[in-house]
Design a protein around this ligand. Structure first.
Ligand SMILES: *Cc1c(COP(=O)(O)O)cnc(C)c1O
Length: 362
């Protein structure tokens, strides 16, 4: 008997989505680094993204890139989290380029690259207001670029990049990306050569790109979500890209209880399993199902999108997810399997959970 919950990972759909995104980006003069951290770095997925036209494969976790190097993948690997001091040796060994923001880290990468007898690529990060990683002023960035170019002989300055809408929720705009473009031009003038990479962010830059708002100078994006979690684009950014398949990942879980119960908890309310006091709407007695799947597997049950549009996800504790199935046309029975699309956080968590079985569909 099949074991549940299962996360199904469809490689053909991943490949097709990758092709659509890389072709579209090419029309705007943009190369794509395919980011694999959202699905736990599953190597077969990385290989499809490489086949689908990505210029690099990237992750925030060096362990995931190491696994790819050891499989012999033939594509440059990009480390997208600025490196820890304790992982410099692995970063140089198992990736080809990384994003960096600290002079001291650059010094360490340079020394390690020399030791490994290797030229190692770096992309300097520029903070445009999201207040996560990156050098804050253009002057400092230009100075750092000159330092890498002229003083760190085992490093290659591949370019500059930025990160938006991650910590500060700052949207990518023509205005803020123009500041990145200006910085790139100034560095190119100072160095008297072109930069290979001017990286304008991740999936959240795609909506601006398709509206024609990304400055020409930007030639690189780092995209995970926009390829493997495509329902986020219309949901969060009002952007429809034709042909993208939302079913790269499908999560399946089994019903362990069916009942009819009131919708408002009975008794004095305190906090739930996670220290929150949610709002419970009183909708009378309703039919419900409990799934053997919980926030331990998912992060947060609100990131589930039921395939049966009549299902309402009411909430979850660590191990149980509660569904309202009152309005469903399907007659659910005990042991039935309920299917979901998953948003980014649920993809991240389920792909890493040892309690969620993985099924790769070729
Ligand atoms: C995760 C990450 C990305 C990719 O983000 P998506 O939303 O999956 O496209 C890009 N850049 C950095 C620095 C990241 O950490």
């Amino acid at each position: 008997m099949e074991r549940y919950p299962i996360l199904e990972f469809n490689l053909e759909k991943l490949y097709n989505n990758t092709k659509i995104i890389t072709n579209l980006c090419r029309d705007y003069g943009i190369n794509v680094a395919g980011i694999i951290k959202g699905f736990g770095g599953i190597p077969e997925g990385a290989e499809e993204m490489a086949r689908g036209g990505c210029h690099q494969i990237g992750s925030s976790r060096i362990e995931q890139l190491k696994a790819l190097k050891e499989r012999g993948i033939d594509i440059p690997l990009l480390m997208v989290r600025i490196p820890m001091m304790c992982e410099i040796e692995d970063v140089v060994k198992y990736s080809d380029i990384c994003l960096v923001s600290e002079r001291e880290t650059l010094n360490m990468l340079n020394a390690e690259a020399k030791k490994q007898n290797k030229k190692y690529g770096v992309v300097l990060m520029h903070d445009l207001g999201d207040l996560r990683e990156g050098v804050f002023t253009k002057e400092e960035l230009v100075e750092l670029a000159e330092y890498v170019e002229y003083s760190l002989s085992s490093l290659v300055l591949e370019g500059i990049g930025t990160n938006l809408s991650c910590y500060g929720s700052v949207a990518p705009t023509t205005e803020n990306l123009s500041r990145l473009a200006d910085a790139a031009s100034e560095i190119e003038n100072k160095l008297n050569r072109k930069l290979n990479i001017v990286s304008g962010g991740g999936t959240t830059t795609l909506p601006l790109m398709v509206r024609g708002g990304v400055p020409k100078k930007i030639n690189h994006l780092r995209i995970g979500e926009g390829i493997n979690n495509t329902q986020d684009l219309p949901l969060y950014w009002d952007t429809n890209i034709e042909g993208l398949d939302p079913d790269v990942f499908v999560l399946k879980a089994q019903i362990v209880e069916l009942n009819e119960k009131p919708t408002h908890p009975i008794g004095q309310l305190m906090v739930n399993a996670f220290g929150d006091l949610p709002h419970y709407e009183d909708r009378g007695i309703r039919k419900r199902a409990i799934l053997a799947l919980g926030n331990q597997d998912l992060g947060d049950s609100s990131r589930l999108v039921p395939k049966d549009k009549d299902i309402i996800v009411l909430g979850a504790s660590s191990d149980h997810t509660i569904l309202d199935i009152h309005d469903c046309k399907t007659e659910y029975k005990l042991g039935d399997i309920v299917e979901f699309n998953i948003l980014y956080q649920a993809m991240l968590m389920t792909s890493l959970s040892d309690y969620v079985y993985k099924k790769i569909i070729k």
